[in-house]
Design a protein around this ligand. Structure first.
Ligand code: PLP
Length: 232
């Protein structure tokens, strides 16, 4: 895992250099949804410091298991679909809820956080590519919701998240670029401060970094030693 991590970091650095970015502006979330706690510990030993889970129950379970074995408990982001009746499972436990995908969900997270006296950091998930199978705000819908989102006391908006179409590098690049352009509109015209861009997975993280990603979510390339990393 350490050798693989070096190869990943070299690609992050090279992608940053190609577009004049600072590699310290890109954070890696190791997506542990398919692996057990022992593999999370191994990833920590290899140097990963931030993890992601796509299911609320599994995020809560991993945090408990990591706490139970007495070692360090790393921060976990929720990156997958969140139903309103599952908000309490992850509220205040997820370092960042990346998948706030509608105004109704944002309101639910905010009101529950307010009731608990906390402020939950979140990203807004955007369906930039417009695929029917993908969740998230439509870009225009997010612009229209911005005024209301700014006012919600229980959430702290940090940025935007998207998923690109698979196996289509050109479409992926367009999707990431669209996310960056939406960020500019939201900050300049809507007063919604959303600096972080969470985009890029195992197959497309170098493209995402070239287009401005600040958080890449890497599953297979980190945990699957059989995964073929492009350029190897
Ligand atoms: C699984 C998952 C990832 C990681 O995907 P890989 O292709 O394995 O890197 C990233 N983001 C989300 C939302 C996921 O569910």
């Amino acid at each position: 895992m350490t050798t693989r991590r070096k190869a990943i970091l070299a690609r992050v650095r090279a992608a940053c250099e190609r577009v004049g970015r600072d590699e310290s502006d890109v954070s890696i979330v190791a997506v542990s949804k398919t692996v057990d706690v022992a593999a999370v510990r191994a990833a920590m030993d290899a140097g990963y410091r931030r993890f992601g889970e796509n299911r609320p129950q599994e995020l809560a379970r991993k945090l408990e298991a990591l706490a139970a074995d007495g070692g360090e408990v790393p921060p976990f982001d929720l990156i997958g679909n969140l139903q309103r009746n599952k908000v309490n499972l992850v509220l205040g436990k997820a370092q960042l809820i990346q998948s706030v995908s509608s105004l109704a969900l944002a309101e639910a997270v905010s009101s529950r956080a307010e009731a608990r006296g906390i402020v939950q950091p979140v990203l807004f998930e955007v369906n930039v590519s417009g695929e029917a199978t993908k969740g998230g705000f439509a870009p225009l819908e997010l612009e229209q919701a911005a005024e209301r989102l700014v006012e919600l006391p229980g959430i702290e908006p940090r940025g935007l998240m998207t998923m690109a179409p698979a196996h289509a590098p050109d479409l992926a690049r367009q999707t990431f670029k669209g996310l960056r352009e939406l960020r500019a509109t939201l900050i300049d015209q809507c007063g919604l401060q959303v600096p972080e861009l969470s985009c890029g997975m195992s197959d497309d993280f170098t493209i995402a970094i070239e287009e401005g990603s600040t958080i890449v979510r890497l599953g297979r390339v980190v945990f699957d030693q059989g995964y073929e990393l492009a350029g190897d």
